[in-house]
Ligand binder design. Structure first.
Ligand code: AVJ
Length: 323
């Protein structure tokens, strides 16, 4: 307690050591060429995403916040948790709504935010320690797809995974992730999962193709990350941003299209890429869910859905599932 967070670093200090080379070699040599979205979140990417959340057309941010404003107290009560773990916590901005509710009657003793962005995490952990003086803050600098084993043990835990980030994972990755998470929970522990819901194509396209070009810059940042981390020579100007709704998979699919025939070299991955005009690289997917599908995937992982909250418009859901 006493206003001093504990920070455990389990991430390799070399950011790209977490598998970037393997991801790039595997993803860029298959069709459609694919880059995993987790590499979008360097400091610039995180800053661009934060700007996106302030766009009026990017509805998920406010939709999730409104659910937390209305239901944080119910969530605290329904989970009965004494430890709150947050995966991909970032600045933990919206989490403060949960922390207020969980600390209101002294229920919560510990908060454990987990994120790859060390500086952001340290600052957030420090601020939270100051604001909730009785709370033990145990931050973990780690990748939630790799380091679940480092989550704190003991007490009754609720693991929050907010923002709709799970929608970035492919079905098999979601299955592996939810299965690993469920395996590590004890009976009585729970998961609070934020998911964006299926809605009209117009609204989805507006949310993922803004006029200011912020989303295009965020997706294009993937190329700058590869230039920096792998010494690649991508020319971002030679690509255009192509978002579309994949109705079959019920997901947004965000790609970069090569506007000229070009050869790109990626020395750090020992890779040479010849791209034809019109050839595309998929950089991110953002899956949209139906409540029944979320429940099915959680139950398949061995968790029991106990509550589902949505915003008034039905745009976004928070699902509580218990081990
Ligand atoms: C941070 C993964 C929830 O999928 O909506 C926003 C990322 N990509 N605009 C999302 C994103 C383009 C965002 N998540």
């Amino acid at each position: 307690g006493a206003g001093k967070p504990e920070v455990t670093v389990v991430l390799d200090p070399d950011w790209a050591a977490g598998g970037l080379v393997e991801d790039v070699r595997r993803g860029l040599s298959r069709h459609p060429r694919t880059l995993p979205p987790k590499w979008l979140y360097d400091d610039r990417g995180a800053a661009l995403f934060e700007e996106i959340t302030r766009l009026p057309d990017y509805y998920p941010f406010e939709a999730e916040r409104s659910i937390l404003v209305s239901h944080a107290a119910d969530i605290a009560q329904a989970s009965g948790a004494t430890t709150l773990v947050e995966l991909g916590s970032g600045t933990s901005e919206k989490t403060r709504l949960l922390l207020d509710a969980f600390t209101a009657d002294g229920q919560l003793t510990r908060f454990a935010p987990v994120d790859v962005a060390e500086q952001t995490l340290r600052e957030a952990a420090h601020q939270i320690s100051q604001r909730y003086p009785g709370l033990e803050v145990a931050a973990v600098v780690g990748d939630f797809t790799l380091h679940l084993a480092h989550l704190p043990r003991g007490g009754r835990r609720m693991v929050a995974f907010l923002g709709g980030t799970i929608g970035n994972l492919y079905l098999e990755e979601r299955r592996a992730f939810l299965g690993a998470l469920a395996d590590l929970l004890e009976p009585g522990d729970s998961v609070l999962l934020g998911t964006d819901l299926v809605k009209s194509v117009d609204r989805l396209l507006a949310a993922y193709d803004d006029d200011e070009g912020l989303t295009a810059a965020f997706i294009g940042n993937a190329l700058l990350v590869l230039n920096r981390e792998l010494g690649a020579d991508f020319d971002p100007e030679a690509f255009s941003y192509i978002p579309f709704w994949d109705a079959h998979m019920e997901r947004m699919d965000m790609r970069l299209r090569s506007e000229v025939p070009q050869r790109v070299t990626l020395p750090g991955a020992d890779l040479v890429l010849d791209l034809a005009v019109g050839e595309e690289i998929r950089v991110e997917i953002s899956t949209k869910f139906r409540v029944s599908r979320i429940a099915g995937e959680l139950e398949q992982a061995g968790l029991e859905v106990t509550r589902v909250w949505t915003d008034r418009a039905g745009d976004f859901a928070l699902t509580l599932a218990t081990k």
